[in-house]
Design a protein around this ligand. Sequence first.
Ligand code: ADP
Length: 270
Amino acid sequence: NIDKILEYRVMPYGEKHLLLVARDVTRVTQLEEMRKDFVANVSHELRTPLTVLNGYLEMFNADPQAYPPAFMQKAFGEMTSQTRRMQSLIEQLLILSRIEASAERVYEKIVDVPQVLAAIQSEAAALNQDKGHEIEFTVDPQLRVFGIETELRSAFSNLIFNAIHYTPAKGKIQVGWRLRNKAAEFYVQDNGEGIAEKHLARLTERFYRVDKARSRKTGGSGLGLAIVKHVLTHHNSRLEIDSEVGKGSCFSFHFSTELTVVNSHASHQS
Ligand code: ADP
């Protein structure tokens, strides 16, 4: 559709000629469509839990005494999980917009990644209680990077929590933070369900999920990998995904040698 690609006007030019002025608006149109999709997605994601909450509230309001305790317990359980879903979506949206608007400079602070990972490790253990995965952390204690701690924390935790969610119970997850070819490397390897090749290119788009219903059930907002992508772009890096259906996935990224710092003080201590 030419109207979507070009914006054009035809004007008289002298007595015998016409002048055609055309402007390529492909990018403008794409951005406008992305914005509309984003608003539609956010509205949809918020409307679904609100519909559930509203349904129960109307029922209770019409006849508060009518329901047996077992039903009430189920209803409150569902209302709590829908409320949590909205909370997590709003938190993820705020993180995403903060990263997008951030003018913080990456080279101003050194991040103690082993410490950040230790905090995530205990959150992961709590999340792993139902799943019973074997989770192995291999962390080089001396390795630091220049970066923004809150952003890096989001990137690491999103990848680790996804591995826990998308690996069937009693799986094996390996998390690593190491020096490789003088650059810092982070990886999360799981032996979970894996991702078909056709999905890989779109996986870091906001709200893109391989299986919407499953992702919602695990409490996923569909924004995790979009956050990871933004954080890594901010740190001049990018996400690499290696995956095979039924075998598992490996998500990894590298920091350039300029961002990588090996802490000699920590090395004396160890
Ligand atoms: P969500 O909140 O749905 O987890 P993400 O942006 O974090 O959103 O991930 C997008 C989609 O990528 C997920 O819905 C899931 O289908 C897929 N995915 C992410 N991590 C993994 C993984 N380790 N194994 C299999 N699929 C994954």
